[in-house]
Ligand binder design. Structure first.
Ligand SMILES: Nc1ncnc2c1ncn2[C@@H]1O[C@H](COP(=O)(O)OP(=O)(O)OP(=O)(O)O)[C@@H](O)[C@H]1O
Ligand SMILES: O=C(O)C1=C[C@@H](O)[C@@H](O)[C@H](O)C1
Ligand SMILES: [Mg+2]
Length: 195
């Protein structure tokens, strides 16, 4: 790379933090708290897609199918990652299935994977308006998605956080998890500066 060490470090320091993980892992909830702790703007990709296109996630799936939704999602993530300045972004759970998105995440973002097992996710990821994939049989679908996506999350993640321990062990799990993720993000950023 042509960048000198300080330019490279500066670029990495403001890289967006992107949360990835399966539905119900806490990307939206933890992302919002993390952004507030780090004092950086927060964007939830699912909400932002709805805001920008005027179509809900469910409408996207119904009208364009999952492939159409994935194209729109990939364009949005590319746009968010091109924006200058620091940010915390909660990706959609399936954003990593698109190869161009994985390439951009690897190149431009500090990626945090919120990892959790299927039974835990089933208890958390209720059938919701923005989760059409969970309409029928959440446990079976989440098990399939876990098998398909685990290698993809592994591929892009800079930081991995197991969320279940926080849920079972902490009095205020959301706060504890956001605090731990903030700590890990700051550590990873400091390491990037000294690289
Ligand atoms: N650390 C936590 N402790 C307790 N409950 C949590 C925690 N994080 C999230 N939750 C709850 O779990 C549910 C799922 O979390 P959330 O909606 O943030 O998941 P998500 O990863 O954004 O899912 P999706 O990909 O479907 O948008 C929410 O009801 C949320 O309040
Ligand atoms: O895991 C997924 O494939 C999805 C997760 C949600 O965040 C939404 O982006 C949508 O329901 C698809
Ligand atoms: Mg979410």
């Amino acid at each position: 790379m042509a960048d000198g060490p300080s330019t490279g470090a500066a670029r990495r320091t403001v890289a967006p933090v992107v949360l990835v993980g399966l539905m119900g892992s806490g990307k939206s909830t933890v992302g919002r708290r993390l952004a507030s702790r780090l004092d950086r703007p927060f964007v939830d990709a699912d909400d932002e897609l709805v805001r920008r296109t005027g179509r809900t996630v469910r409408e996207w799936f119904a009208e364009e199918g999952e492939p159409g939704f994935r194209v729109a999602e990939a364009e949005l993530v590319a746009d968010l990652l091109a924006a200058p300045g620091p940010a915390v972004i909660a990706a959609g759970g399936g954003a990593v299935v698109t190869p161009s998105t994985r390439a951009l995440l690897t190149e431009r973002a500090l990626v945090v994977w919120l990892r959790a097992g299927v039974p835990f996710l089933v208890s958390r990821a209720r059938r919701k308006a923005h989760r059409p994939l969970l309409d029928d049989d959440p446990a079976t679908v989440l098990a399939r998605l876990e098998a398909e996506r685990t290698p993809l999350y592994e591929e892009v993640a800079d930081v991995v956080v197991d969320v279940e321990g926080f849920h079972h062990g902490a009095e205020k799990p959301k706060r504890a998890l956001a605090a731990r993720v903030a700590e890990l993000v700051l550590e990873a950023e400091a390491e990037a500066v000294h690289r």
